[in-house]
Design a protein around this ligand. Structure first.
Ligand SMILES: C[S@@+](CC[C@H](N)C(=O)[O-])C[C@H]1O[C@@H](n2cnc3c(N)ncnc32)[C@H](O)[C@@H]1O
Length: 305
């Protein structure tokens, strides 16, 4: 890597090895961030190849633009990856040879107090990756107790969701991450408080950025727009993301998606892809030692038939 960047790419060689099958191919990095994976993709493709880099974070894309300035075959798109097809269509590219998703947040986002993603540092309750309107403060200050309970349960898998939502509703408004974290510390005690805080902050981040719906929509489009032999490679960091990837991949490689209790197949579904990774690829112990943030990563890949 040519210069130090605040984000260390995860499963870098492994994911790019899976992705790039033809140097003259057309590739998409759906989550370019600061361009760590994108840089390696550019190094693997020839001048005839192309790379389209999506990210909704303008700050990250600005860094990636500078980092990849030496490559002339890269196009940057400040867009949500749920607009993959529209973005590529406007560039007159509708068939793609490989698409990479390195999900979640970058270190640039999580480590900057002013972005409001972390309970470890005080900052505005923001958590927007892009330029959308709704912030985490809007959610904690306006959602009903029931809706807060639902997002903490569904997106944080937090067992004290109801109690935490109740205390938030009694104590709001909040404008800072530290105020919200202190409110939760007021009712949840013990050695696992940081895990609870991580789950609540994850849930809010997912809601602010509509992460799971965007991911479902984008992965389905990605499978459609791949060329035969084209690869879809996804690195997920938590079980909610990974479950979506696993289920969409399972449907894509199956000839039938009827419920198991159906005696005969009525769906007419045909497999669109084959599995490239039987089991997810995980970071090595050495990678986890060097970059502890890689520890939860799981990389899965399929190939279009
Ligand atoms: C883990 S980082 C990617 C890091 C990158 N691979 C690198 O090596 O520098 C994930 C990136 O995905 C972006 N992102 C997350 N959800 C997105 C979405 N729905 N559309 C576009 N970008 C998204 C985030 O803004 C973040 O920059």
């Amino acid at each position: 890597m040519s210069a130090p960047y605040p984000h260390t790419p995860v499963l870098l060689n492994e994911s790019v090895d899976l992705l790039v099958t033809s140097p003259a191919g057309v590739y998409v990095d759906a989550t370019c961030g600061m361009g760590g994976h994108a840089e390696m993709i550019c190094e693997r493709i020839s001048p005839e190849g192309r790379l389209f880099c999506f990210d909704m974070d303008p700050e990250a894309l600005a860094i990636a633009r500078t980092r990849l300035a030496r490559f002339t075959n890269v196009t940057f798109m400040e867009k949500n990856y749920d607009k993959l097809k529209v973005g590529l269509f406007t560039e007159s590219h509708t068939r793609i040879d490989g698409i990479l998703y390195d999900l979640g947040v970058s270190s640039l986002e999580i480590d900057r107090a002013e972005r409001g993603f972390s309970f470890m540092q005080d900052g505005p309750l923001d958590m927007r990756m892009g330029r959308s309107k709704t912030t985490a403060a809007d959610i904690v200050n306006t959602y009903s107790r029931e809706d807060l309970t639902r997002i903490f349960r569904d997106f944080g898998e937090e067992r004290f969701s109801g109690r935490i939502a109740g205390r938030i509703v009694e104590s709001r408004p909040f404008s800072r991450t530290a105020e919200l974290a202190d409110c939760i510390r007021g009712i949840i005690h013990g050695p696992f408080i940081n895990k609870t805080l991580a789950r609540i902050f994850q849930a809010l981040r997912i809601e602010v950025n509509n992460e799971l719906e965007s991911l479902k929509k984008s992965l389905q489009t990605a499978i459609q727009i791949l060329n035969p032999g084209g690869r879809l490679v996804v690195i997920a960091y938590h079980s909610l993301e990974d479950r979506i990837v696993k289920n969409i991949f399972q449907d894509a490689v199956s000839d039938c998606i009827c419920p198991p209790q159906n005696p005969v197949c009525t769906c007419g579904h045909k497999a669109a892809a084959k599995r490239i990774t039987r089991k997810p690829l995980l970071p090595s112990e050495a990678e986890i030692r060097e970059n502890p943030r890689s520890r939860s990563a799981k990389c899965r890949a399929i190939e279009k038939l």
